[in-house]
Design a protein around this ligand. Sequence first.
Ligand SMILES: NC(=O)c1ccc[n+]([C@@H]2O[C@H](COP(=O)([O-])OP(=O)(O)OC[C@H]3O[C@@H](n4cnc5c(N)ncnc54)[C@H](O)[C@@H]3O)[C@@H](O)[C@H]2O)c1
Length: 341
Amino acid sequence: MESPPMPLQAGAADVRSIKIVVVGAGSVGVTTAYALLLDGLAADIVLIDIDTNRAQGEVMDLSHAAHFAQARVRVGDYEDCANAAAVVITAGVNQKPGQTRLDLVKTNYALFEDVVPRIAHHAPDTILIVATNPVDVLTHAAHRLSGFPLERVIGSGTAMDTTRFRHELGKHYGVNPRNVHAVIVGEHGDSQLPVWSLATIAGMRLKDYCQAAGVEYDESKLEACAKRTKEAAYQIIQRKGKTNYGVASVLVSILQPIVTNSDAIVTVSRVGTYGGVEDVALSMPCKLNRRGAHQDVPLLLAQSEQEALRRSALSIKEVLSALEDSPHLVEDQRGNIRAEL
Ligand SMILES: NC(=O)c1ccc[n+]([C@@H]2O[C@H](COP(=O)([O-])OP(=O)(O)OC[C@H]3O[C@@H](n4cnc5c(N)ncnc54)[C@H](O)[C@@H]3O)[C@@H](O)[C@H]2O)c1
């Protein structure tokens, strides 16, 4: 029996004509391709990787999963980005145990200098979605290297942290995370900030919810939720060496409103002015549709949160400035262009 067609919003593309390209067939890229297959969001999923043998193997395996979905998966090259609804960049070096995301910057920046212009050349109208870390710095780089308008360069940013935060708060209060409305904004990294002043459950601020539900409002326990959110990636990497399932689902949640033109609000990274700091990328809630992250949703932050957002913007800006001063590129034995650290 054929499955019923997916209900589409006005202006949504027909999923049967949707192509999504994933650059980087490593853990994040392949898990994203698999999540896309299960979600039925694209008819044509293309994987590009410098290691074509690895990409071939992954595609052979994924094709057998595609058997149960209405999509095909294939290995491609940059020409295959033409007419893609979105190109997701997951290529890059991974975070090592004990290493901060910012330590990764030079190597992955050099990779972007190679990859982004090639995507932009073949797919001048596509939407770029950046997952490679440090994601805010690389979203800024992808914007500059592609020449695309702001709304068409989106970093997965704190969409991941926001998901983890809602998970933590839901667990703490014994409420389904879908009923917790709370966001992490700023850097996808150490300077991120939880927006406590706007966090709600069932439409009530946390303090009011606690009073109404007769549960304890304990700020130290909430701070522990935020700490676990911030340290989740480190904790997972320490145990299994990488993170992949959460981020893949988050990437699909970013692609979904783009393909279905549904104006969902997602906390993603975009180039802009934040906390008075110009030309920096960090995450704030944005409306997403087929035009990309086309509208910021400004938050009425408390004074202390505004100051924390500014500090977050400044810490990302510092890395951007350091990068502009000193990229020293070298070629490694596999012919990859890398920056000397
Ligand atoms: N934003 C997030 O929330 C989030 C979460 C997890 C991981 N990440 C980041 O995603 C990136 C990938 O992580 P992973 O676990 O998939 O790593 P991985 O090592 O498993 O995969 C990386 C892939 O990139 C490929 N690659 C390297 N150079 C390339 C090039 N020039 N062109 C095309 N492909 C190239 C490699 O061959 C490899 O297959 C890392 O930067 C990691 O920190 C981000």
